[in-house]
Design a protein around this ligand. Structure first.
Ligand SMILES: NC(=O)c1ccc[n+]([C@@H]2O[C@H](COP(=O)([O-])OP(=O)(O)OC[C@H]3O[C@@H](n4cnc5c(N)ncnc54)[C@H](O)[C@@H]3O)[C@@H](O)[C@H]2O)c1
Ligand SMILES: [Zn+2]
Length: 376
């Protein structure tokens, strides 16, 4: 059971194949894309522990020689230090310009390996095998790669499209539930941006996706990838429409920054809260029916994704309120959001479920009030 979609980017076009058990066929699927039967697999400790034996067996069965580089798990690996060490190891392995490397892990591994591939000998090919829901629906599509610096997240990077993306939903079985839920927030995002039918389907099937239903997971991933691919094909370098994908992210990034981008608040959790805030702001500005905002909040609540900062019953939110956030500090973070142009922050607002649009006419007072409401 597997299906393919193509990300249409002229000479950079590539396929995303989504299915159940694809990892065990990775050797045959990847072999035609390699210039010689040799590759390097880069992964992290958790993914290696749970899933690497399957990939190794698959590469062996297709007679593909490979080396494995395993990095520490977590955001800390998206750093200059790890990039330098990774490039050095690839050089030591005598990897050549026509070779292709494999990013095997979540968004951290995908972003780091993609960036390394984009600069190793001025650019080599890479294949993504994403193993988190977030990376299967988001970071593996679109070609953004990069690392963090002490001054902020994803501030150094490049656009470098993979040659192929292989998403196997069976790898999600070992993913912690909290990570699965965080990725699910990005799935919902696609419905809310421009596909109300998809959101309605998620209202009925979201719980199955979280419970591990393969058919529902495959459908959700394919729909999400197709949505992102559509936007990326229109706007590969993020000059316009691609900004809609930041729904909930300007608010979310402020929350993440206050938590020091730590495990206290996962990115997808911040996006869930931020999405509810984007709806609340739209309602406040008289742009969106209150019922639509309530419906989104209900959906997240039902699946136990956080929807507000100060929900004392939610361990995540407790940790955040203990961080001593204030609306003024959060507002300040939005002013430094990377997605600024000419000093203005663009917000994604909504006139309803499935009807997102861009606006840079949001008053700082309204934003501060929304933060304050979320903190109260
Ligand atoms: N390039 C883009 O367009 C883009 C888009 C969104 C997010 N991102 C980036 O993605 C990163 C977040 O990605 P993520 O949420 O996948 O985080 P991640 O890569 O850190 O993975 C989350 C955790 O799950 C573990 N894990 C991964 N797969 C597993 C599996 N199958 N079984 C067991 N454990 C597993 C990892 O070791 C890690 O501890 C951030 O750095 C973010 O900036 C990039
Ligand atoms: Zn995101």
């Amino acid at each position: 059971m597997s299906q393919k979609i193509t990300v249409a980017l002229n000479e950079h076009s590539y396929d995303i194949q989504v299915g159940d058990g694809l990892l065990d066929q990775a050797g045959q699927l990847i072999a035609p894309l390699l210039n010689r039967p040799r590759t390097v697999v880069i992964s992290d400790e958790n993914v290696a522990r749970h899933q690497l034996p399957r990939l190794e067996a698959a590469l062996n069965s297709a007679a593909i020689a490979f080396d494995v580089i395993i990095l520490p798990a977590g955001e800390g690996s998206k750093s200059f230090g790890h990039l330098e060490s990774l490039l050095d190891q690839l050089l030591a392995l005598h990897l050549e310009r026509q070779d292709t490397i494999i990013a095997f892990g979540g968004g951290v591994i995908g972003d780091l390996v993609g960036f390394a591939a984009s600069i190793y000998q001025r650019g080599i090919g890479f294949i993504q095998i994403p193993t988190t829901l977030l990376s299967q629906v988001d970071s593996s599509v679109g070609g953004k790669t990069g690392i963090n610096t002490p001054r902020g997240k994803n501030l150094v990077g490049s656009f470098h499209q993979p040659k192929f993306v292989l998403s196997d939903v069976s790898t999600l079985d070992s993913l912690p539930r909290r990570q699965l839920l965080a990725g699910y927030a990005e799935v919902v995002k696609y419905g809310l941006i421009d596909d109300a039918t998809f959101f309605h389907w998620l209202e009925d099937h979201g719980a199955e996706i979280i419970a591990g239903d393969r058919v529902a997971q495959i459908r959700a991933i394919l729909t999400s990838c197709a949505a992102k691919a559509r936007v990326v094909a229109q706007d590969e370098k993020e000059r316009g429409a691609r900004a809609l994908l930041n729904l909930g992210h300007t608010f979310g990034h402020a929350l993440e920054a206050e938590c020091g981008y730590s495990d206290r608040l996962l990115h997808g959790e911040a996006v869930a809260i931020g999405t509810v805030m984007a709806f609340d702001l739209s309602v406040r500005m008289g742009l969106c029916p209150a019922e639509d905002a309530a419906r989104v909040r209900r959906h997240f609540d039902r699946l136990s994704l956080p929807t507000r900062i100060s929900n004392v019953n939610h361990p995540v939110s407790q940790a955040i309120s203990q961080a001593g956030m204030t609306a003024a500090r959060l507002l300040d973070h939005t002013r430094h959001d990377k997605k600024r142009a000419q000093g203005k922050v663009t917000f994604v607002l909504l006139s309803g479920i499935g009807q997102a649009f861009l606006s840079n006419a949001v008053s700082p007072d309204d934003i501060k009030d929304i933060f304050q409401t979320a903190l109260d």
